[in-house]
Write a protein that binds this ligand. Structure first.
Ligand code: HEM
Length: 157
């Protein structure tokens, strides 16, 4: 069963139409989306570099994870809100776009992995990263890179 009619309905909502018919709404929302990307990317890098035994050496991975968590949660909410608005304005394009589905799958995996396995490994982290923590940090970084690449790829396809 094609979901296209549902995506067409989303695109025809007043929000979708307003963003699509405006010259500046999409770029402003995408600008906020990129700001959120910088923040969430920074937080993920900070904690995962510490798990790799790199970066801010004075704090343990556990301390960094705890201190950075509100910024992670806040920037994730910003990305979900701005992303949903961008999506509403071009839902049919996204529906037929492999990059969008690649991004959404990476995003779901990245959020689950960061909030479970990565968080547990970071909180267990005292000094330099154990080999297990390093592998987990690399997987987490690859998942979030997939989200970012998928996001940029949407615009190119
Ligand atoms: C933490 C989560 C997210 C990250 C890291 C992310 C990352 C990105 C990046 C890097 C871009 C390209 C921006 C540019 O180059 O101008 C982008 C664009 C976009 N994102 Fe996201 N995004 C996230 C969440 C979402 C969500 C949840 C949605 C939809 C439900 C979404 C929908 C879009 C759309 C529609 C575009 C515009 C593509 C275009 O240029 O036509 N994003 N995102």
């Amino acid at each position: 069963m094609s979901l296209q009619p549902i995506f067409q309905t989303i695109e025809n909502t007043p929000v979708g139409l307003a963003i699509r018919d405006s010259q500046w709404l999409f770029p402003i929302i995408e600008g906020c989306h990129l700001l959120g990307l910088a923040l969430i990317g920074g937080v993920v890098l900070l904690v995962n570099m510490r798990m790799l035994g790199l970066g801010l050496g004075k704090e343990s991975a556990a301390e960094l994870e705890r201190d950075a968590r509100p910024y992670f949660n806040g920037s994730l909410i910003l990305m979900l809100v701005t992303g949903s608005l961008l999506f509403t304005s071009e839902a049919v394009k996204c529906y037929n776009n492999q990059a969008f589905w690649f991004k959404m799958s990476s995003l779901l995996l990245a959020i689950i992995f960061t909030m479970t396995i990565n968080r547990r490994a970071a909180l267990a982290g005292t000094g330099g990263g154990s080999s297990g923590a390093k592998v987990i940090a690399i997987i987490n970084l690859l998942l979030w890179t997939g989200v970012g690449v998928g996001g940029r790829w949407i615009g190119f396809s």
